[in-house]
Design a protein around this ligand. Structure first.
Ligand code: A2P
Length: 267
């Protein structure tokens, strides 16, 4: 229903969807989420990303955004950082319902269930906006058909940045498709800058064993577990090293294995 969109100042480039912003929710001065209409012909796997832009220039700036909504949803949801001088996000953070968003027509990405071989537990390790692809996968019944237990870790600088993920996990109970699986999901939060009950980077908490003792779970084990990782470049590097040290092998669609990695969008 792009007909409801406000007029845009520049022509829509070829091979790009023009969609309408449905809702916007600001969590902090650094983080916000928004939902847009979904092009009927856009196909994606839960966990994949699309390229997003704004119709504010002849040649719009596009950036990769993980779709935070599941593949069955009629709308698309995104979770974004706001960077004051970020080429896209300095404008994107001002969007309102009714505004137009541009979407390139192809979805892609490595954080997909098909890149992992079967196992019992799935660990989703995220920092900041890196939780977005997991917001999609946690709302996809396929995740629970493949894994008995799902542990989502989300580490942010401060408490307010954890709200999006906490609301997401709390809402699983009332989700008609997912509600029956909600008690198989565990959320593990930590902060690194504001004082909260669990402090520290997830890498430190895993290495020290506090992560396992806090949850009362068995340590990461390649025989029983698969891992998906999404966050900043440094975080990806450190978590990848941590799982590789434990024998985990990186998987892909052409060669499914034990873990997959994707960089969260910044800027
Ligand atoms: P820290 O505060 O110690 O940098 P950001 O918002 O900058 O993307 O960071 C999100 C979270 O990721 C912060 O809590 C940050 O901790 C943490 N983080 C940053 N770098 C790493 C890393 N190399 N490994 C694990 N966590 C990290």
């Amino acid at each position: 229903n792009s007909s409801e969109a406000r007029p845009v100042p520049f022509p829509i480039p070829a091979n790009v969807y023009a969609e309408t912003v449905v809702s916007v929710k600001h969590y902090t001065d650094r983080l916000f989420a928004f939902r847009v209409t979904r092009p009927k012909s856009l196909r994606f796997r839960s966990g994949e990303f699309v390229m997003i832009g704004l119709p504010n220039a002849e040649k719009p700036v596009f950036r990769a955004y993980s779709v935070a909504s599941p593949a069955w949803d009629e709308e698309l949801e995104f979770f974004s950082i706001k960077v004051p001088d970020g080429p896209l996000t300095q404008h994107l953070q001002k969007i309102q319902p009714g505004d137009t968003i541009l979407l390139r027509q192809k979805a892609t990405g490595t954080l997909v269930l098909d890149a992992l071989t079967p196992a019992r537990r799935l660990f989703m390790i995220s920092t900041g906006t890196g939780i977005a692809p997991f917001a999609s996968l946690l709302r996809d019944p396929d995740t629970y058909e493949r894994f008995e237990k799902v542990v989502l870790t989300h580490t942010c600088r401060d408490r307010a940045e954890l709200t999006y993920g906490q609301e997401l996990v709390a809402a699983l109970r009332d989700d008609p498709l997912i509600g029956e699986y909600a008690d198989r999901v565990t959320l593990y939060n930590s902060t690194t800058r504001e004082e909260t009950p669990v402090m520290g980077r997830i890498t430190t908490l895993i290495e020290s064993g506090k992560f396992y003792s806090d949850l009362g779970i068995e340590p990461l084990n390649r025989e029983t577990d698969r891992v998906m990782i999404c966050g900043s470049m440094h975080m990806l590097h450190d978590v990848k090293e941590l799982v590789e040290k434990r024998g985990f092998v990186e998987g892909s669609l052409s060669s499914p294995a034990d873990f997959v990695v994707e960089r969260a969008f910044v800027g």
